[in-house]
Write a protein that binds this ligand. Structure first.
Ligand SMILES: C[S@@+](CC[C@H](N)C(=O)[O-])C[C@H]1O[C@@H](n2cnc3c(N)ncnc32)[C@H](O)[C@@H]1O
Length: 182
């Protein structure tokens, strides 16, 4: 069986190729090595991903850490179908679920808790922050990509994330912020 470090770069290339073929804006997350590092360091059991794309980052996390379970939300039905196919082909049907829904609708309905949330949708919206707080276990990790994609409420989002009573910002790099739920 091939090792995760051999397989993951090939999956990244496949996700890039999809972007070109489909003409969509599902850029695979470039800092995926940092994401994998975080998933191994914080050792979450349950991971929530927003923005599956064709399943690259969910696959990368699952390949790198055998102890995690990933729920991944994807609003585009073509992407959701491809993500489900990829995760099934990699043998992760029992350790993952691809949900074809937008996070705006799905997050408020979720009743389960997570140890790690990876946001890789498009713009950052304030309305997600109370949901992250509700859904993350104490000391859980919020790993937010695409910080450069501003919305009308993204400044409010980051101002509240800087609130030291609920969140501790742990790291910031390459349009990514990593925070811990206190
Ligand atoms: C930048 S791509 C991320 C792909 C994937 N994480 C990767 O690295 O390959 C963003 C994906 O998030 C999806 N998306 C954007 N906003 C979303 C939302 N609010 N809810 C669910 N999916 C969303 C898009 O359809 C797109 O497939």
């Amino acid at each position: 069986m091939k090792s995760a470090t051999t397989v993951i770069p090939g999956l990244y290339e496949m996700a890039l190729q999809h972007l070109l073929d489909h003409g969509c804006s599902a850029h695979p997350y470039q800092e995926y090595e940092k994401l994998i590092e975080a998933v191994n360091f914080y050792a979450p059991r349950k991971v929530l991903e927003i923005g599956a794309g064709i399943g690259f980052t969910a696959a990368a996390m699952l390949l790198s850490n055998r102890d995690i379970y990933v729920d991944t939300f994807e609003k585009d039905s073509v992407h959701a179908k491809l993500a489900r196919k990829l995760l099934n082909e990699l043998g992760f049907w029992q350790r993952s679920a691809v949900i074809n829904d937008s996070a705006e609708i799905a997050l408020p309905l979720l009743q389960t808790k997570y140890d790690f949330i990876f946001f890789d949708g498009f713009q950052i919206h304030y309305e997600f922050l109370p949901q992250y707080k509700r859904l993350l276990n104490r000391e859980g990790i919020l790993f937010l990509a695409n910080n450069h994609l501003k919305s009308k409420t993204s400044d409010r989002f980051f101002a509240e994330l800087a609130d030291a009573t609920t969140w501790k910002i742990i790291d910031q790099f390459a349009d990514t912020t990593v925070a811990q739920r206190l």
